[in-house]
Design a protein around this ligand. Structure first.
Ligand code: ZN
Length: 233
């Protein structure tokens, strides 16, 4: 045992690390979630179907070549804590960890993850400053640990500081967000495989605005991966 592991084992006795879903003490090999909570993640299994709800969210000039989400974000689901923790409680490392777990699952289910360009949905710089990190970028870093490829933050930009989206209805959201992004075009990347990364697909308005902006700019192959799909039906 290395010294670092011994210290961590001792500190676990006095300050046990707890599963963020069920509160059970984690054993030394577990991080954030216990093995049983990982096994019971309310997976969408979208990648196992020829069509899926995330893909259906995007159409027309905002269509996605492929689009998957890992688990359902439903009212009162105790798994929603994962999203709250990585987004509002400053747990950037959790975002990275979940991105990595999700990509590893897709990979082991035989999904080709040959993306050239990974683009986290950008946050406006004011929000980035108050949060301290872009959760989508942290998720992207975890995904990249498995898929390879490169994270680009100089292709897509958030150009306006839009109002918070949460209180708005579907139509308003699109009106609010549709001009919020701008993009740089690099001709050599026009036909590269791009994947957009975000935490949750809700109405899809934000991601659709990103896809539209990128397609209008000249990028042709755009897919989407999000950790969660908000199922509010
Ligand atoms: Zn647990």
């Amino acid at each position: 045992m290395k010294i670092k592991e011994i210290i961590s084992a001792i500190s676990d006795i006095f300050y046990p690390r707890l599963c963020i879903r069920c509160g059970k003490a984690l054993n030394s090999g577990e991080r954030y979630l216990c093995t049983s909570c990982i096994a019971n993640i309310p997976r969408t299994n979208f990648h196992k179907n020829s069509h899926n709800l995330t893909e259906d969210t995007f159409s027309g000039n905002a269509h996605a070549d492929r689009a998957f989400s890992w688990f359902y974000f439903t009212r009162n689901s105790s798994y929603n804590n994962l999203i709250y923790d990585l987004k509002y409680k400053g747990n950037a490392d959790l975002a990275r960890y979940l991105g990595k777990l999700y990509a590893a699952e897709l990979f082991s289910d035989g999904i080709t993850m040959d993306f050239d360009i990974i683009i986290p949905v950008p946050l406006h710089k004011k929000r980035l400053k108050s949060r301290g990190y872009n959760q989508s970028q942290m998720i992207a870093e975890g995904i990249k640990d498995i898929t390879g490829g490169e994270i680009f933050t100089d292709i897509l930009f958030r150009s306006e500081n839009t109002e918070s989206q949460t209180r708005k209805q579907r139509f308003e959201r699109w009106e609010n967000i549709k001009d919020a992004f701008s993009a740089n075009f690099f001709k050599e990347y026009a036909n590269k495989k791009i994947v957009l990364i975000d935490d949750v697909t809700t109405t899809g308005a934000t991601i659709a605005a990103c896809i539209k902006t990128l397609r209008a700019c000249g990028y042709n192959n755009i897919s989407v991966l999000t950790l969660a799909y908000a199922d509010n039906r």
